[in-house]
Write a protein that binds this ligand. Sequence first.
Ligand code: FES
Ligand SMILES: [Fe+2]
Length: 333
Amino acid sequence: MVNRCAHKGALVCLKKKDNVASLSCVYHAWNYELDGKLKGVAFRNGVRGHGGMPEDFDPKQHRLRPLRVESFCGMIFGTFADEIEDVETYLGPEMASFVKRNLGRPLRILGTHSQMIHNNWKLYAENLRDSYHATLLHTFYTTFKVNRLDMDGGITLSERKWHHLSFARRAKMQEAAEYADAKVHSANYESALDGPGLLEAWEEFDDGITHSIQTVFPNMCIQFTLNSLAIRFFAPRGVDQTELFWIYLGYERDTDEQSRMRVTQSNLTGAAGLVSLEDGCINEFVQRGTRADPDQSSFIEMGGREVESERNSRATETAVRGFWYGYRNIMGL
Ligand code: FES
Ligand SMILES: [Fe+2]
């Protein structure tokens, strides 16, 4: 339900979690059933025979606005659209099966946090699909060979192009000269971790994929880097403010040692993550850099002009083009 009182629109639910018999608005004490139906209106019949709601006041006409919700692999999706298909169809078979690979068993939440990023939400939606930047901006990835574009990998787009899956196989790396040619500094760092345990990992799946970023249009991402599994989703908080939420996950079947490894590896991502802290500022750099020139455009032709899957390389912006392809379609642009 939308958290907005049917009377004057105040927030009704003020806690993230609780156990209550009904929901009450603190402003004028309108009281709702847990399914959002209006149950009680304070002083509906007035006080001492005076005041109160008109005779024809009908509580059935006033309720918390419901959303259509559906649960898939432990996540709850919501929509205002009646005509939209179920989640699995919305994802398409290829995307749905990869979500099941990662989340299709009993999950355990290891931790959550959120951060405010100072950019429009669409820049973050682009950034998640921007496989080109990952090993250039994120020097940690390249230095410690967690993720490089010379690993076996590619990009799959969904049928409507707006969801994507970027995948890589860490064990299959053929060092490419381009890293040296392009002066990717981090590829040549002689660095070592004081705590090498950070990157200790075990192989979870027999497809060899050790790194995946999967987006669900418009505002969600499932990430599996080594053994660090996390869901991110974001909410616009203004033209240039976006709140980004992280949920770190393991499986119920994990041993304590496996949970510990996942928690340790979660240092890679998040607001201060060794890899993703740069994303928190780079989108703001774009926001600031583009603000003065609303008529200018980006140039996103890496990997060609097509909007198609590229199963052999992540040196492409095809998924970014896919986002805009989907966005323009749905917005009628
Ligand atoms: S705004 Fe909620 S009861 Fe008045
Ligand atoms: Fe990034």
